[in-house]
Design a protein around this ligand. Sequence first.
Ligand SMILES: CC(C)(COP(=O)(O)OP(=O)(O)OC[C@H]1O[C@@H](n2cnc3c(N)ncnc32)[C@H](O)[C@@H]1OP(=O)(O)O)[C@@H](O)C(=O)NCCC(=O)NCCS
Length: 140
Amino acid sequence: MPVQYRDDIPSPESFWTLFESTGWNLEYRLPPADLARAVANSQHVEAAYDGERLVGFGRVVSDGIVHAMIYDLITDPAYQGRGIGTEILKRLVAKCREEGIRDIQLFSAAGKRGFYERRGFRARPDESPGMEYGEKLHPT
Ligand SMILES: CC(C)(COP(=O)(O)OP(=O)(O)OC[C@H]1O[C@@H](n2cnc3c(N)ncnc32)[C@H](O)[C@@H]1OP(=O)(O)O)[C@@H](O)C(=O)NCCC(=O)NCCS
């Protein structure tokens, strides 16, 4: 069955399983309910399914006019290298473009810079890097 793309929010359980494949939650330590709320608060989501199985995902957090950030671009490891991440990224960028968002950004995970550069993104200049504040918060 070909992979199907949808722009509705995946179930909390299926997204949790996909998110856990990245190892990112070792740092964020998000409980499933918080992760589901974060996804629900996104302006745009794109999800890829093989039947009922969630195999790819990405989302946009945006002010609707000037800035949009793409987060959580993830393909199930068993499905990587088949064009799913590229398709989700293309769809998210197209949604931002349709809205006239001026500035589309993302943070590249380690080792993914080339992937994004080949798809139209460029790293910020060294003299104006992306920054993040202090230590990340963790639930007690
Ligand atoms: C980054 C990520 C989302 C890419 O997803 P993906 O579905 O594997 O991406 P694609 O299949 O579209 O592209 C991956 C590579 O496979 C190649 N490819 C795409 N379709 C292909 C096909 N049908 N056959 C063979 N290769 C293919 C692409 O050209 C691409 O090569 P490149 O990286 O040299 O440009 C995925 O690696 C991932 O989930 N990583 C873990 C989470 C992560 O780090 N996310 C990024 C956050 S910033």
